[in-house]
Design a protein around this ligand. Structure first.
Ligand code: NAD
Length: 468
């Protein structure tokens, strides 16, 4: 069985690479060891968590938001099995969608564990027990993604000590949930269970939440989460997590700066301290594919590894572990392999935290601009001054536009507010075209929309917002 391209792993990086390559006329096979396509994102990550975030947000709204709008539904009752069934149906229809797309593009799927036995050769141990198949390909793409990282000595049983995988499948609402790590997963899944009734405490090593996001945004967002019932213990290093049979789990932590330890008990502990590249069983050492000190596959600017004919994209290489970054790399690599000039603009990759309100960012933060010594002007506009936000009771948050002081080119946009994850894309498009805050400010925005706050923040860069 001979192919132009064999892609190992059908997460957002791998399946998109395969489809784009097929569109460009390449004969493509994909190898996937999970029973279904879509990787972590579709099966146990982005998609199921969004199903639960949406459902739990409506539950919370029904309990606490509806009355202010003149809707009295009494006390809503949670049907957790039905909510989980909604999540499972969502996953099923998404992964089936990938089956359909691969078929439509005439990509051959092989369900089994792939191992690179030599450059140009992938051995697949088939899941159906039919033994091993050897595929030959002019190019091989490693798109095997990432796996949950944990802390030394902490065992994840996915029942009382859970990763994101267990946290989207709890069979009852814990009275108390301790989240280790105030990153994206901790705050998204912490939000789900807080809305459904858990008392959530977040332990974070750093002295802030959401490392990497704009500091001002993170600070305000932390206050909003505290109003929702989250408790934060920042600057704390978790030293042990001890499950005690079916009883509560004891988490021991101490100040990161040094000092005496404390303990906290919880029904469930969510370990959300990051993810690590996943390359187990691929045979990389045997064929000589180099990895860096964090286990990431080393690639050049064209995704080529240290072995000719073997490429890598997505979470398994350097850069943010984001589905859309992997997808864009998949497209770029397919185009490069087909003789075109595929390219990813790493300066314009949006990041979104799908909480309520959402947090979204594209480009550089104020901290990054200061560290790089770049002179900038900042314009801010709060949703409290936006008419639509008042009508929908979504006045929490603001938009911040950062523009180069000399050229006015927009360098970063940061939003905390309802729908921020959608609003951010007008900034992404603007930045992709090298636009200025003046361009954004002079673009007519429909009224009444939350997007007007983006325009007003752009006007505020030049100190001429209208509505504040
Ligand atoms: P993360 O890197 O976003 O956050 C991990 C947090 O854990 C950090 O704040 C870190 O300081 C903290 N931490 C590390 N060790 C600790 C310790 N011993 N005690 C206390 N805190 C500790 O990682 P994550 O939230 O696990 O997410 C994993 C990856 O998945 C990330 O790359 C993330 O971007 C991605 N992801 C993205 C989305 C999204 O885009 N909406 C959603 C989920 C996951």
């Amino acid at each position: 069985m001979s192919y132009d391209l064999i892609v190992i792993g059908t997460g957002p990086g791998g399946y998109v690479c395969a489809i784009r390559a097929a569109q460009l006329g390449l004969k493509v096979a994909v190898v996937e060891k999970r029973g279904t396509h879509g990787g972590t994102c579709l099966n146990v990550g982005c998609i199921p968590s969004k199903a639960l975030l949406h459902a739990s947000e409506l539950f919370e709204e029904a309990a606490h938001g509806f009355k202010k709008l003149g809707i009295d539904v009494g006390t809503p009752r949670l049907d957790l099995p039905a909510m989980m069934a909604h999540k499972d149906t969502t996953v099923k229809s998404n992964v089936q969608g990938i089956d359909f797309l691969l078929k439509k593009n005439k990509v051959d799927p092989f369900l089994g564990a792939g191992k690179i036995v030599a450059p140009g050769k992938v051995e697949v141990t088939m899941n159906d027990g039919s033994g091993a198949k050897v595929l030959e390909g002019k190019a091989i793409v490693i798109a095997t993604g990432s796996d949950v990282a944990t802390l030394p000595g902490i065992e994840i049983d996915e029942k009382t000590v859970v990763s994101s995988t267990g946290a989207i499948a709890l069979d009852k609402v814990p009275d108390t949930l301790v989240v280790i790590g105030a990153g994206v997963i901790g705050l998204e899944l912490g939000s789900v269970w807080a809305r459904l009734g858990a008392k959530v405490t977040v332990l974070e090593y750093l002295d802030r939440i959401l490392p990497g996001m704009d500091g001002e945004v993170a600070k305000q967002f932390q206050r909003m989460l505290e109003k929702q019932g989250f408790a934060f213990k920042l600057g704390q290093k978790v030293t042990s997590v001890a499950p005690a049979g079916n009883g509560p789990v004891t988490v021991t932590f101490e100040p990161a700066a040094g000092g005496g330890g404390e303990t906290i008990a919880a029904d469930v502990v969510l370990v959300a301290v990051g993810r690590k590249p996943y390359t187990d069983g691929l045979g990389l050492d045997e064929v000589g594919v180099a990895r860096d000190n964090r286990g990431r596959v080393v690639t050049d600017a064209h995704y080529a590894t240290t072995v000719p004919g073997i490429y890598a994209i997505g979470d398994v290489i350097v850069g943010p572990m984001l589905a859309h970054k992997a997808e864009d790399e998949g497209v770029a690599l397919a185009e490069i392999l087909a003789g075109q000039h595929g390219h990813v603009n790493y300066g314009v990759i949006p990041g979104v935290v799908y909480t309520m309100p959402e947090v979204a960012a594209v480009g550089q933060t104020e901290e990054e601009l200061k560290a790089a010594g770049i002179a900038y002007r900042s314009g801010k506009f709060p949703f409290t001054a936006n008419g639509r936000a008042k009508a929908t009771l979504h006045t929490d948050g603001f938009v911040k536009v950062l523009a180069d002081a000399a050229t006015d080119r927009v360098l970063g946009v940061h939003i905390v507010g309802a729908g921020a994850g959608d609003l951010i894309h007008e900034a992404a498009v603007l930045m992709e075209f090298g636009g200025s805050s003046e361009d954004l400010a002079r673009t007519c925005h429909a009224h009444p929309t939350m997007s007007e706050a983006v325009k007003e923040a752009a006007l505020a860069v030049d100190k001429r917002p209208i509505h504040i």
